[in-house]
Design a protein around this ligand. Structure first.
Ligand code: ADE
Length: 282
């Protein structure tokens, strides 16, 4: 049976538009792709694994939507360039870009190798930059457009994911810079910052992390995880004309978790540096 996506937005909202969704083969990216296609967009799915992309493309087509796909590692400049060759040859114009692709692994900072650090920063920060730059230079500088980048909720740091939080903080700042630089071309650049979301990405974390997730839920005022659809809806809003005056902004989708958090246990340790006193006896 075909998968029907029940968006709250108007069915023809993106009719005639072409929107690229990176990481569109799984999780939040798959949900965004389905929602945009259900609203009339032709969705171009881009990620590294052909199998996932083919599956989602078929799902979308069976649901009556339009999609195509291109296998691409967003860390590689030539592959990003080839993705835009493909999309522009097929579709002529690109109206929207969702930079959803990314990833990380959980590790205390002191155990992250240089290779692991580079991989996470290159995928998330450099990959997002390459996609934004190519979208602008190849189309949006002439035609305008809307870009939505993917953050994690990292405003208080992110113990256990130092590499990803640093990269996402970079993306948040990049989002602001591009919003100003590209406003003259009618390009809006925004971001979403999911907190703890029940998605296929979460399932990839090791078993040892499960108790941490249960603790994280207790630290969310809403006392539950978010859904992929709740992230997708924010992305779709930011792509839509309803957000025409919003650029350089980041929306948290976190059940107020960022406002109330103690997710990383700090044991009693007695290792705080001795208190500093300016005045003392001679
Ligand atoms: N999803 C996760 N990492 C990716 C990458 N480097 N390129 C494309 N999609 C990805």
């Amino acid at each position: 049976m075909a998968i029907a996506y029940r968006s709250i937005f108007r069915p023809d909202l993106f009719a005639g538009q072409t929107i690229i969704v990176t990481g569109g083969g799984t999780g939040i990216g798959r949900a965004v792709a389905h929602e945009l296609a259900s609203l009339g967009a032709h969705v171009v799915l881009a990620a590294r694994t052909a199998e996932n992309l083919e599956r989602v493309e078929t799902e979308i087509e069976e649901a009556g939507g339009a999609a195509s796909h291109f296998v691409c590692n967003i860390r590689e400049e030539e592959q990003v360039s080839a993705l835009f060759d493909f999309v522009l040859a097929e579709r002529k114009v690109i109206h929207g870009l969702v930079n959803n692709a990314g990833g990380q692994f959980i590790s205390p900072a002191e155990m992250i190798s240089l290779k692991g650090w580079r991989a996470v920063v290159e995928t998330n920060l450099t990959g997002t930059f390459l996609m934004c730059r190519e979208a602008f230079n190849r189309c949006m500088n002439e035609q305008g457009g809307a870009i939505v980048n993917m953050l994690i909720e990292m405003w208080r740091g992110f113990p256990g994911m130092a590499h990803s939080a640093a990269a996402r903080a970079g993306i948040e700042n990049l989002t602001k810079t591009l919003a100003v630089e590209w406003a003259r071309a009618g390009v809006r650049v925004n971001a979403v910052a999911p907190g703890l979301i029940s998605s296929s990405g979460l399932e990839r974390y090791p078993e040892a992390v499960r108790p941490m997730i249960a603790q994280n839920i207790r630290d969310i005022p809403m006392k539950r995880m978010g859904t992929e659809a709740e992230v997708s809806a924010a992305i779709v809003f930011l792509l839509s004309p309803a957000a025409a005056f919003i650029s350089g902004e980041s929306i948290k989708i976190d059940g107020a978790g960022s406002l109330w958090r103690k997710t990383w246990e700090v044991p009693e340790h007695g290792n705080a540096p001795a208190g500093y006193e300016g005045f003392g006896a001679e």
